[in-house]
Design a protein around this ligand. Structure first.
Ligand SMILES: O=P(O)(O)OC[C@H]1O[C@H](OP(=O)(O)OP(=O)(O)O)[C@H](O)[C@@H]1O
Ligand code: HPA
Length: 183
């Protein structure tokens, strides 16, 4: 039942908190098998990936390291600017490293294509896990190695995803009421 302050601005819930936790457990079990003995670098893409990364790594039962990169292309709105900006680079050596990029969403695909190419160019072995995949939004070709949920072509918020930097703290993924955008 929707009842908290932020819930009042949500038109519909697409993925519930329970579903996200269950899916993170499933993905964690698969990733445990994949990365056992490989000490992967689990690379969160700031800012949106933080809640998903925090949930997911609890369920990966092998040694791993974490690091973060900041890239941005939406600049607060609901449309990709088309240009991916590198704001903060990774601090760890990546050559010959197993890297698991953790993302909240693949939409146009621009962010992940840029990051995958950049890290592969530096000699890393890169895989991608995303909480959400929006295939109808795709402009450049890129596929995640592991994906939580396929969602329709709507702008979503919550569990790390923002509209104008708000709503990242919602514990589920939903669609905003249209009047929120009219303000
Ligand atoms: O597939 P794409 O169309 O490139 O969209 C996906 C990217 O967009 C969002 O990041 P954003 O640039 O909004 O930065 P943020 O993580 O700080 O919200 C999201 O977190 C992904 O990184
Ligand atoms: O649907 C979305 N919501 C929030 N941020 C995003 N970045 C790409 N797509 C989205």
């Amino acid at each position: 039942m929707l009842e908290k302050n932020l819930d009042k601005t949500i038109e519909k819930v697409l993925v519930s908190e329970k579903e996200i936790i269950e899916k993170s457990k499933e993905l964690g079990a698969i990733l445990t098998k994949e990365y056992e003995g490989k000490n992967p670098l689990v690379l969160g893409i700031l800012r949106g990936s933080v809640p998903f990364l925090a949930e997911l790594i609890k369920h990966i039962d092998c040694h791993l390291e974490t690091d973060f990169m900041t890239v941005s292309s939406y600049h607060g709105g609901t449309k990709s600017s088309g240009e991916v900006k590198l704001i903060l680079d990774v601090d760890t050596a990546v050559k010959d490293r197993e890297i698991l990029i953790v993302e909240d969403i693949i939409d146009t695909g621009r962010t992940l294509k840029y990051l995958k190419e950049l890290l592969e160019h530096r000699g890393a072995n890169v895989k991608i896990v995303t909480l959400l995949d929006k295939p109808e939004g795709r402009i450049v070709e890129i596929k995640p190695d592991y994906s939580g949920f396929t969602i329709p072509n709507e702008f979503v918020v919550g569990f790390g995803l923002d509209y104008d930097e708000n709503y990242r703290n919602l514990p589920y993924v939903g669609v905003l009421k249209p009047e929120v955008y009219k303000k």
